[in-house]
Write a protein that binds this ligand. Structure first.
Ligand code: NAP
Length: 257
């Protein structure tokens, strides 16, 4: 039997075919899950509608994660269509261009709040929305995506590094809160991958090259490799794993010099 057969999942953070969340959606669909996929705004709605033609009976809904009404609507619609929710994939992140381009000390108050709201707080809001549906099923699995810039300084990652540190702490606090309800909360810390979000990080090609030169596996990773790790955490294979930040980065995190 496929690892997610009979399960229903929510995927947030698909912008286009290069998105990590899209690779996870494809893998989850192939593993038998029925999916709700959200998009931010009509511009991306077109992309997501086209991509979703390859999925089995998907539900597509608009969601800006800073909008509480849209968030409530997503869970109402999932309740109506699927009547259950077994997993959530959170792949939304954003920081204003200036806050990634200027020295970190220049980070604006508004830019800090925006990066934190979209990239970290949204995991709390999504988990709260998912809670009643997951409780009804006797549990669930929540997964987010993070980067090593949370722990180490990558000088052009700036405010996003601080937001990822908050996100990883959020994973641990949510895991402690929701664990007694058999809801697991984990993150995958992915190596650098050329996506739309990555294009906003100055000098991204340089980061990729450093991984190729220095990571133990002497390469970067691709979205399908992140998706394979996600299948472990979302399925019953990962049933005893929670509050974990799983490094899927060709081993780069272990390297000092
Ligand atoms: P991506 O394809 O650009 O995905 C990021 C998604 O976040 C986009 O769909 C984006 O939509 C969405 N988003 C931004 N603001 C939003 C909002 N207010 N409401 C809802 N969605 C919003 O890039 P990705 O690399 O796959 O990123 C997915 C996750 O992986 C992110 O958390 C990222 O930090 C993380 N990650 C990426 C890498 C990497 O190297 N690529 C490495 C480690 C971790 P818009 O395009 O409309 O803004």
């Amino acid at each position: 039997m496929s690892s997610l057969a009979g399960k229903a999942g929510l995927i947030v953070g698909v912008a286009n075919k290069r998105s990590i969340a899209w690779a996870i959606a494809q893998a989850a669909d192939a593993a038998g899950a029925r999916l709700t996929v959200t998009y931010q705004g009509e511009r991306l709605g077109e992309n997501v509608r086209e991509l979703a033609e390859g999925l089995t009976d998907p539900q597509l809904l608009p969601l800006d994660v800073t909008d509480d009404a849209q968030m409530a609507n997503v869970f109402d619609e999932i309740e109506k269509k699927a009547g259950r929710l077994d997993f959530v994939v959170h792949g939304a992140a954003f920081a204003a261009r200036d806050d990634l381009a200027n020295p970190f000390v220049m980070t604006s108050r508004d830019g800090f709040k925006l990066a934190m709201d979209v990239s970290a707080y949204s995991l709390i809001a999504l988990s709260r929305g998912a809670l009643p549906l997951m409780e009804k099923n006797g549990g669930g699995s929540i997964l987010t995506l993070t980067y090593l810039g949370s722990e180490r300084v990558f000088d052009t990652y700036r405010v996003m590094g601080v937001a990822k540190a908050a996100l990883e702490a959020t994973v641990r606090y949510l895991a402690a809160d929701l664990g007694p309800k058999n809801i697991r909360v984990n993150a995958i810390s992915a190596g650098p991958i050329k996506t739309l979000a990555a294009a906003g990080v100055p000098g991204f090609s340089n980061i990729l090259q450093i991984y190729r030169d220095r990571a133990p596996l002497r390469r970067t990773v691709d979205t399908s490799e992140v998706a394979d790790a996600a299948m472990f955490l979302l399925s019953d294979a990962g049933r005893a794993v929670t509050a974990e930040i799983l490094m899927v980065d060709a081993g780069y995190h272990a390297i000092g010099m």
